[in-house]
Design a protein around this ligand. Structure first.
Ligand code: BGC
Length: 920
């Protein structure tokens, strides 16, 4: 066994992180056909350079540490300094106490830790004057400089209020797009670190940057609000160069930089697109000796974020590329169909006369007549802010010219072309998907191709909505809605490694938290901080099920990735939110003041809540929202209060905070009683809504002896509804799970495989390539409704495919160690299912297939882990085909057989006949 895939804080060889206690992890290359391979000890060595590491002139040497931990091991060497590079390697001892070779050498590099002492660069503003009611072309900035010697090492530290693209000597720096990313710019602004050693040379050099509006002052959120963080774009750049002689020089942004906004990007906005006039192109503007006499000097700017932070998450980059099919729509337009709804932009080439303007309009769908439309995205917006998603390009007319946007991304599958001067050749167009570069971790496949498409659609909705922050949708709002990610967190973390991305976003949720603990619906903010207390904004903030993301998201990450640091990081904010809920519960809504309520203190019946949201039969009516606004939504609010409180108690326990753990557990029990008192009759639910049953079961609110009855009722309701879904955002993630858990696995499968609306597969049969916001975002007559086609929330059912169908279950394990549960729940509605999940220890695989009257299971458990495999059969009903050597213990649990196994491959066969497989 050998350690491979060495990572630091989830990243391979990160450069410019600002964590002085970074965590190291590795996985294993294993020996084939051996069971129980595991690590019994490790030794990490670290040094200042690769050579010093080889020669064992060390900074840090752990010696042989007897442990099976191979993930999240905190660096404990001498205190890390700004700019320090640490080279490290690890060797491990296996179960036979055999030492491995040393791993390959990895490294991590620290950025600038002290925002006051390490930064010498000024903020600079390239614009001559700005009026906040107007929009301006993108600015270009440049500075020439001379290097006196050969360059040994060079780093560029750079950030902006706006979006920047950095250039050196005619080369674009790095592959990241939309930098510095989306945060609450006033509280937390990210900078990036680039290794630019190879782009510099002795003699004359030039550095440059293009600066656009982005999240800082461009449109954000549903209202398309501008200037959320400010009206003045600014850049801050610091280029640190070390010569081979050991001397160094630093080039900083200051008033000696030259600037112009007479460049080709005449307008830029993340939502509305770009206007590019190629006649304004500036040529070799980032090369030395470029004639910039018409440019002006940049002005000194000012920006004082509370924290200037390194980028510790994965960058946004260009990913998949798509070629279009050209279609001619009945209304006479030429439209490109890229076959996949994505977030990104189109690169194209074009030939035509100078000054000719062409347009590309990006949309998600065709309408019922087969014409291109944006109406599904526009209607929700206030009149004066119709969503554009447009690119206008003005030709320079000197032969074939190529272009792709820089400072905008669109949510689209179709592009309508306007005024194209030549025959539309599909080879001249490429759509490029743009999203955060998360490690893909989960794959699922089964015998139902529509379900497989649903999984792909979910993956694409995740990709399109994971652009530095988790958004509701990538076109209409593009906002970090808390409720949406709360619902999707488990599914999303099965499909991709979400930890570094989410850990970053949670910080923006927390810095925005209101003094009294309220968590805003959206983070980063989508209207200026000064407007937070305006009644129309504050009235809808702090919704239950949305604000609870601050507890549910860290808890889910901890369960899946086993790293309690996420709980530490968020502890204060989580606790403050639950305390806020407790304070709200103490108040009583005016309409209920006279009611007798023994649990008055524990019933959260005030404030606005979105409620279950997007239930199929409440669609299209503003009435439920209005009712919530006036009367609140005590059922949902009290349920989430009890639930978050319980999770918080669990987190407290994991962090060793025993007093808090006891306190919140008791509080949660009281709130739970309040819930039962108000919303059940002696523990029985009397409701016509599926969501009420799902919520009480999934959030664990019913007394044990009432759960089965409630689940049976839910199954009946689903059956009576012809196996069509009735839940909204909050309960959809859980409905199949609770059905499977309480003996209605077949009902869960039937619900999932339903194609008549409302259902998951209805959208698939309508040709969807992403998950829709509403169950019928396109209606039965193909009429697009006022709804986005790319909202991941309903894709949360993918969590059930992993957790129950394939059985890879993290949520029910005790986090923090390297043990998993694998408990597949097959049903005859699929003839096979298989999933793989790339855990922090390596791949877990689970497959089952029906072969005649037998079920065959195959599992792979990664090295250095153990699993409890739960088969749906009794002791005398199964046979071990492969893996006897790895089974440590077998026991029967009710009608199941539990096999406690070590790492390795396993195959079992069993007879069919078990209740959970009775359909086969
Ligand atoms: C968004 C959501 C969000 C909801 C609040 C919508 O406009 O697109 O997905 O959660 O508002 O209920």
């Amino acid at each position: 066994m050998k350690p491979v895939f060495l990572r630091c804080n989830w990243l391979e060889d990160p450069i410019g992180i600002d964590d002085v206690k970074p965590r190291l992890s590795w996985q294993f290359e294993t020996v084939a056909n051996r069971w129980g391979q595991k690590q019994t000890a490790y030794r990490i060595q670290a040094a200042r350079s690769a050579t010093e590491l080889q020669e064992e002139r060390l900074l840090w040497d752990t010696g042989k540490v007897a442990t099976d931990r191979s993930a999240h091991i905190e660096y404990e060497g001498p205190e890390l300094q700004s700019r320090q590079i640490v080279y490290w390697r690890v060797r491990i001892w296996d179960e036979r106490d055999q030492a491995s070779d040393w791993s390959q050498t990895s490294h991590f590099e620290i950025g600038l830790l002290n925002q006051h002492d390490d930064w010498h660069a000024d903020w600079i503003n390239p614009e001559l004057e700005t009026n906040e009611n107007e929009r301006y072309p993108a600015s270009y900035l440049r500075r020439e400089f001379k290097l006196e010697g050969d360059v040994a090492k060079a780093r560029l530290y750079i950030t902006a209020c706006g979006i920047y693209e950095a250039w050196l000597n005619g080369h674009r720096i790095g592959e990241e797009v939309l930098t510095p990313g989306a945060t609450n710019y006033a509280e937390r602004l990210q900078y990036q670190t680039y290794d630019v050693t190879r782009l510099l040379a002795k003699g004359n050099n030039a550095i440059g940057a293009i600066l656009g509006d982005g999240w800082f002052r461009g449109r954000v959120g549903i209202k398309g609000t501008t200037n959320v963080f400010g009206a003045h774009l600014q850049l801050r750049a610091q280029l640190e160069v070390e010569y081979s002689t050991g001397d160094s020089v630093t080039i900083v942004s200051d008033e000696n930089w030259h600037a112009t906004n007479e460049g080709p990007i005449r307008f830029n906005d993340l939502q509305d697109g770009e206007i590019y006039d190629a006649r304004y192109e500036l040529g070799d503007w980032s090369e030395p000796e470029f004639d910039d006499r018409t440019w002006h000097f940049a002005k000194k700017g000012h920006w004082h974020p509370q924290l200037l932070v390194a980028s510790n998450s994965v960058p946004i980059v260009e990913k998949e590329r798509f070629s279009p099919e050209v279609i001619y729509t009945p209304d006479g337009y030429t439209v490109l169909d890229f076959g996949q709804n994505i977030t990104g932009y189109v690169q194209f080439s074009i030939e035509g006369p100078a000054g000719r303007q062409v347009s590309l309009i990006h949309g998600e769908t065709l309408d019922e007549n087969g014409n291109f439309t944006l109406k599904n995205l526009s209607q929700q917006r206030p009149e004066n802010t119709v969503l554009e998603q447009k690119v206008h390009y003005v030709l320079k007319g000197l032969g074939r010219e190529t272009y792709k946007p820089r400072f905008t991304v669109h949510g689209f599958r179709y592009v309508q072309l306007r005024d194209w001067p030549e025959n539309v050749n599909p080879e001249h167009f490429t759509a490029i998907a743009v999203y955060s570069d998360l490690l893909p971790t989960g794959e699922f496949e089964c015998s139902n191709p529509l379900v497989n498409q649903l999984v792909r659609n979910t993956q694409w909705s995740q990709k399109g909505n994971f652009v530095d922050i988790p958004t509701d949708c990538p076109q209409r709002e593009r906002a970090g809605w808390t409720g949406d990610i709360q619902a999707f967190m488990h599914a999303g973390s099965m499909l991709m490694e979400t930890y570094p991305f989410m850990s970053k976003w949670l910080k923006d949720v927390a810095v925005q938290q209101r003094e009294d603990g309220l968590i805003y619906n959206v983070a980063p903010r989508i209207y200026p901080k000064a407007q937070e207390s305006n009644p129309e904004n504050s009235a809808v903030e702090g919704s239950a099920g949305w604000g609870d993301a601050i507890v549910i998201v860290p808890w889910t990450l901890w369960k899946i990735y086993g790293d309690s640091r996420i709980l530490q990081e968020n502890w204060e904010a989580m606790k403050k939110w639950v305390d806020y809920e407790a304070e709200c519960a103490k108040e009583t809504h005016w309409v209920r003041k006279s009611e007798e309520n023994p649990y008055e203190q524990y019933t959260w019946d005030t404030g606005f809540h979105w409620g279950e949201w997007a239930e199929p039969d409440r669609r299209g009516s503003m009435l439920p929202l209005f009712i919530n606004l006036v009367f609140s939504e005590p059922e949902v609010a009290t349920a989430y209060f009890a639930y978050s409180c319980r999770l918080l108690a669990e987190c407290a326990e994991a962090l060793g905070k025993s007093d808090e753990s006891v306190y919140y557990r008791e509080l949660s029990m009281k709130v739970n009683q309040a819930y039962l008192y108000h919303f059940t009759t002696d523990g029985r639910i009397y409701s016509k809504r599926q969501a009420n049953y799902v919520r009480t079961l999934a959030l664990g609110l019913l007394p044990e002896n009432e759960r089965q009855y409630a689940a049976d009722q839910l199954a009946e309701m689903v059956k009576d509804n012809d196996y069509r879904i009735g839940t909204g955002f909050l309960s959809t993630p859980h409905i199949c799970t609770v059905l499977s858990e309480y003996g209605h696995n077949d009902t869960a499968y039937r619900l999932l495989t339903q194609t008549a609306p409302p259902s998951w597969l209805y959208a698939v049969t309508k040709g969807a390539t992403t998950i829709w916001e509403h169950w019928e975002s396109i209606d039965r007559n193909n009429v697009p409704q006022d709804a986005s086609l790319n909202h991941y929330s309903f894709g949360a059912v993918v969590g059930w495919l992993f957790q129950c169908v394939a059985g890879i279950d993290f949520l029910n394990r005790s986090a923090g160690d390297n043990r998993f549960i694998v408990a597949p729940k097959p049903d005859g509605q699929f003839s096979y299912a298989k999933a793989s999940y790339r855990s922090i220890y390596g791949f877990i695989r689970s497959e089952w297939v029906i072969e005649g009257d037998r079920l065959k299971f195959h599992f792979e458990i990664p090295a250095n882990t153990r699993a409890k495999i739960v088969l749906p059969c009794k002791e005398n009903e199964y046979r071990t085909v492969l893996g006897e050597a790895g089974i440590e213990k077998t026991e029967s649990e009710n009608e199941f057989i539990c096999l406690h196994v070590t790492s390795g491959k396993y195959t079992f066969t069993s007879t069919i006949g078990h209740s959970s497989t009775r359909n086969i």
